[in-house]
Design a protein around this ligand. Sequence first.
Ligand code: NAD
Length: 248
Amino acid sequence: LQSGVERLGEMIAGARVIVPFTGAGISTECGIPDFRSPGGIWTRNRPIPFDEFVASQEARDESWRRRFAMEEVFAAAKPGRGHRALASLYRAGKVPAVITQNIDNLHQASGFAGEHVIELHGNTTYARCIGCGQAYPLDWVRHRFDGDGFAPNCTGCDEPVKTATISFGQIMPDDEMRRATALSQACDLFIAIGSSLVVWPAAGFPMMAKNAGARLVIINREPTEQDDIADLVIHDDIGEALGPFVAN
Ligand code: NAD
């Protein structure tokens, strides 16, 4: 009997344009917990919605305290086998770009050029003013927070500074949504990796690719709600499933 990984190998070999779509599951082997698995971030902390962040200094302080508490985890994380496999396919010219829900910068660290990582939910390795968009290094925020005892506002427009991520209730980035849509419709193989496929609108891309004629592969150690529309489902650890595709 042919294994899922062998079947995936054939699909990859036969594909012209492969678009990977990644969620938090690709980074768990790098030490970054996901949201929904046992031990995931949400089993400990309720997410702070965007309107609460905007309205309350207390919410902003709490949000930044949580981010600083995660700093060692993010700073120490290195790309895993899944990231490296995708970077190998990118270098081989099979993958034009990766669409990701992740905010951890690990696709860039694995060798993708920044413009080829479509970050639907932003990036947590730097900060932005929510008013004018001015970018700030996290160290700047930390320094101000430690000095003043509360989360800082923008030095230019005095609006709050937030990690450069998309919170619940915050509008999705236009350009990223457009590019992710175009890629999903242009590929002939779409691989959804380590996403619970329940956070919308991001979770709409696998179906969009499928409707545009691509074959759909889902890799997740748990069943997802979209397994029944996939051409191949691999219920395994991502490192195990994608490890064979890491080029040396
Ligand atoms: P999620 O936590 O909802 O789902 C992760 C999925 O990956 C789960 O279905 C789980 O079964 C699977 N999984 C976890 N480890 C795996 C492994 N080693 N092998 C195979 N499957 C594995 O995360 P999501 O779907 O990405 O969406 C929720 C939001 O979480 C995203 O918007 C993202 O911004 C945010 N998030 C990002 C990070 C990160 O950047 N690394 C971490 C936590 C949350």
